[in-house]
Design a protein around this ligand. Structure first.
Ligand code: 13P
Ligand code: SF4
Length: 307
């Protein structure tokens, strides 16, 4: 066995031992490094992960993902210890909307409901009526009584929602640097090269890319679609982790990442070494002030009820 792989096996063994000793679970987003999957108790998209966080009996949740995901796990489970292995795993899109800006927009549209994508900070969630993820954004928006909806922070997901609702959607101007890179020209070329391929696109991509999709899905949505599909070839417009996961799960099928590809650097900051350190030292604890947590939980609970 190569030296690196031996080291990795040792780390995995130690992490698994500590998980048992400390009654901990590891929840991992699909964009994590493949070696993180090996210690994860659950791998999923942001919706699946928030749901799973409400179902576990473990005392400690080690969240391998980015800041807003670990925060959601804490908001839903304040009695548990929620750990994030690195404080550098911060989603840049979640930082694109702030409470002051959102309050100004609420003032401009006093009758609008505020829907915040889970890719937001806890204080923005607290200022919102309901949260959503890419797996349920359309369903959440359509479930509301209000005819106008302020949607933060992702303008591309807002655009996708607009196409699937009769409601008036007021988008914030945020975006994901990973998904924004996929271009319609690149995707058209890939489709010309692989004419029989089904094209699965994440709704954080720009509308011109979404328009070229066979289907639009969250990360787990893509995996479930491939599982059921008789098709053999797929072009995937989302972060490379999903492509790697699909190759691992369905070796008999062929997957191409849409050009020019994309890697979420913040997601890849979590390593096995940091997960081990997190369990050993019980660091870094995610804590949200109670007055914010309680209000943010209402928005998350409402999403979980609708979805
Ligand atoms: P999912 O909701 O598909 O997990 O996406 C989360 C995310 O951050 C995508 O960039
Ligand atoms: Fe944030 Fe984009 Fe990374 Fe998702 S892929 S965590 S939206 S930066």
């Amino acid at each position: 066995m190569p030296c690196d792989r031996m080291e990795e096996r040792k780390l995995i063994k130690r992490i698994n031992q500590l998980k048992k000793e400390k009654n901990a679970v590891i929840l991992a987003h699909v964009y994590q490094r493949p070696e993180i999957y090996e210690v994860a108790d659950f791998i999923g998209d942001s919706y699946g992960l928030s749901k799973k966080a409400t179902e576990t009996n473990a005392g400690i949740i080690v969240f391998c993902g980015v800041d807003f995901m670990a925060e959601s796990a804490y908001i839903l489970n304040p009695e548990k210890t929620v750990l994030i292995p690195t404080t550098q795993a911060q989603c840049p899109m979640a930082a694109m909307v702030d409470v002051d800006g959102l309050r100004k927009l609420k003032h401009e549209y006093p009758n609008a409901a505020v829907v915040s994508y889970v890719n937001t900070t806890a204080d923005v969630k607290a200022e919102s009526d309901v949260c959503c993820t890419s797996a349920n954004a359309v369903k959440v928006v359509n479930s509301l009584e209000e005819d106008t909806v302020i949607f933060v922070p992702d303008s591309n997901l807002a655009h996708y929602v607009m196409k699937n609702t009769d409601k008036k959607v007021i988008p914030w101007s945020g975006w994901c640097y990973v998904h924004r890179k996929f271009s319609p020209e690149g995707l058209k070329q890939a489709k010309a090269l692989h004419v029989n391929a089904k094209v699965l696109v994440h709704p954080e991509c720009v509308p011109e890319v979404v328009d070229l999709a066979t289907e639009v899905f969250s990360t787990t949505g893509m995996i479930n679609y491939v599982k059921k599909s008789p098709d053999k070839t797929f072009i995937i417009a989302t972060e490379v982790g999903v492509v790697e996961r699909l190759k691992q799960m369905f070796p008999e099928k062929v997957f191409f990442q849409a050009p020019p590809g994309g890697t979420c650097l913040q997601m890849k900051r979590t390593t096995l070494e940091l997960v081990l350190e997190a369990l050993e030292k019980e660091q870094f604890k995610v804590i949200i002030p109670e007055n914010i947590r309680v209000r943010a939980k209402k928005a998350l609970d409402r999403m979980l009820n609708v979805a």
